[in-house]
Design a protein around this ligand. Structure first.
Ligand code: FES
Length: 87
């Protein structure tokens, strides 16, 4: 009985950690995740102005702007590397 409870607790903690790693909230004011930002970049938002227009990032407190910009830059580099690899 105790072993089962310990197993369930450990399994739950592992699932929560995996969920938090996969889903990172960047903008807490508006509930925007890194996945949403990456999808917006894939769909053509290649500047912070375009990201702000599409997802309203930074339109409240602005604390998410630096992290959003970092994700945007990483994604743009990834896209550029993929295109260079294809060409
Ligand atoms: S955290 Fe994004 S506007 Fe506040």
């Amino acid at each position: 009985m105790i072993i089962t409870l310990v197993y369930i607790t450990i399994s739950t903690l592992i699932l929560i950690k995996v969920f938090l790693v996969l889903l990172m909230y960047v903008c807490l004011c508006l509930g925007v995740t890194d996945t949403q930002i990456k999808a917006a970049v894939d769909n053509g938002a290649h500047t912070m102005k375009q990201l702000t227009s599409e997802l309203k990032i930074g339109s409240q407190c602005g604390k998410c702007c630096q992290c959003s910009k970092s994700i945007l830059n990483d994604k743009l580099v990834q896209i550029a590397e993929t295109e260079a690899f294809v060409a």
